[in-house]
Write a new protein. Structure first.
Length: 228
């Protein structure tokens, strides 16, 4: 077996460039020994039996390193430490293979979606460790788009979170509902019109005597004019 920065060579089974490998995972044969399954970019699968655990770990670490190098081309501070993996010796929760700092973070709830290709590679790498059972994983938080929740959705095969509409800030002025259109027609004389029914009009006189054509004292029409 020969592993380089560019190639995986396990004669007589396979000799292939890392960039042509889509995913790696293992399965047990009838005797309980692990078989390495190499899935190529063209969906072809190659089975490599009889590999020691140390050899498997070396292969998986090399594959993870290759994906780390590809990831660095689109590296951002939020993604630092995201792609840290170790080959599990025992069956463990899927996310234990990731950096322990990767947890649900409500402060990142409104992050933009990670590139779909990046999420696909993360899912491929989790499968490379033979951790295909996502039933041990919690579900993503509703409407949260933090890095953790985005990865959880991808592993579960769920669509991205629906964008949450930003709440529009309403000022105190916006809460003042207009009841009447008020227009001054003469000195101390005002005409009030119902904005929903232009035929409903009243005339208010603020002189002496104070009055409104509605015929009532201290009516809402007088109060509306005094409040303007």
């Amino acid at each position: 077996m020969k592993i380089t920065a560019k190639m995986l060579n396990i004669p007589p089974y396979i000799s292939v460039a890392w960039k042509d490998i889509s995913s790696l995972h293992t399965k047990a044969d009838l005797t309980g020994h692990l078989i390495l399954i190499v899935t190529l970019s063209n969906a072809t699968q190659v089975e490599v039996p009889n590999l020691a655990h140390d050899s498997l770990e070396e292969i998986f670490n090399a594959f993870a390193q290759q994906n780390d190098e590809e990831k660095s081309a689109v590296k951002t501070p939020l993604l630092d430490g995201l792609f840290q993996f170790s080959l599990p010796v025992k069956k463990e929760p899927l996310m234990d293979a990731f950096s322990p700092s990767l947890t649900h973070n409500p402060d990142q709830a409104n992050l933009p979606n990670l590139p779909s290709e990046m999420l696909k590679k993360i899912v491929h790498i989790t499968k490379a460790f033979g951790l295909e059972d996502s039933s041990l994983l919690p579900r993503a938080e509703p409407h949260c788009n933090c890095i953790y929740c985005q990865i959880i959705r991808s592993v579960h095969g769920e669509p991205p979170a629906l964008p949450v509409a930003e709440e529009e800030e309403i000022s105190k002025e916006d809460l003042k509902f207009r009841s009447w259109d008020i227009k001054q027609t003469a000195e101390q004389m005002y005409t009030l019109t119902n904005p929903l029914d232009e035929k409903e009009q009243y005339n208010v006189f603020l002189g002496t005597p104070l009055g409104c054509t509605c015929g009532e004292k201290n009516c809402e029409h007088i109060r509306a004019v005094l409040n303007t």
